[in-house]
Design a protein around this ligand. Sequence first.
Ligand code: ZN
Length: 416
Amino acid sequence: MKKFLVLLILLAGVFFGLKKWSPQTLARVQFWKTKTAEAPPSPPALPPAEPAPLPTSENKTASTPKPAATSVDKTAQVVVLMYHRVEPTTNTTGALNIPPDQFEQQMQTIKDRGLAVISMQDFLAWRRGEKSIPPRSVLITIDDGYVSSFDTARPILKKFGYPWTCFVYTKFIGMGGKSISWEQLGQLRDEGVEIGCHSISHINLRDPRPKTGESSEQWLRDEIINSKQIIEQRLGIKCSTFAYPEGRYNSHVLELVKEAGYAAAFTAYGQRLTHSAPFDRIGRYAWNTRRPQDMAQALAFNGPVEAGNEQPDLSEPAAATSITQPLEGETITDDRPILKANLATLGNLDPASVGLRLSGIGIIPCKFDPATSIIEARPGQPLTPGEYTVTVSAKAAGKRVETQWRFKFEPAAKPR
Ligand SMILES: [Zn+2]
């Protein structure tokens, strides 16, 4: 009880004396509050555990300059990197996997080029106009909650002192096999890693899959809002960030992301970000074995710059020419996925000649829009688990052209 009174007095002190305190003292108090909020069990009468900013920002980003409280550098630019698995290559690792030595090499490149890896909390503070970040900053994100982010990527990132963000979808957590556990996520949290939300089931949010008796709306709210609450409750944190499964969204998804209270939501569209990037469409560069040039562009910091308030076309969020759906090498849980690609790089196609084939299935009727060069198709029947190759062929200037990408379908495992 005594302890609790002291706590209350201190909190009151913080509240009333806030403006007079030096930033250093303030930082200490905030850090202390952080620890308090996380320490279970909290005294019952305390104000609701203010989900504290993770220790990430204050402690980890040594390279971040001290904020000049009045002028925040809004000319800085950020690239966001997206990884999935970090495993030695075997025949079961797909194109989204990066072997540890290569991952380490990329981390070294960041260092060699003088780019500053910043924490998610610093990024968000910069977005709010509260803190400057170095002119060329990098955010590192690892998606899906593979255990390799914990046992392989983590030690490498630690070695470099890089803060990072782990985006997890709740259904996969603690499933055994390659999945991360809640305990491991708790450890990441304690080490200052930002934990972000990547939905419940990792299904494309543009294509709701309600359970029997559930509306699409309820399903969507679960995937976007409930998932956040699950993470917050299980880990005792504030979950401020969302990553769209497969990088996909539509206007309603954006509304729900806003309603959920996320401070930033991430796509899979690589670009250099400016201060004015819309909070709900923060583009990321994906590591993909078959498109190493994307990551190379990110690390060279010379890719296209995000267009500020100009909103990308909602009907094709991942409008990057390189981006396919599902992503190359991606493992999906949706048994009737929409197959999509931008064929602009194939040349000026004869629309009547465009066809799409899926291995094991055959030809699938497709739509091709010559204006956007987007081809879209969906299998007529549910896929069986396994690996698939999509082949798109067409004629350009009388010549046969073809492109291929691969993905894997693996139904979501049932909770044990
Ligand atoms: Zn994912």
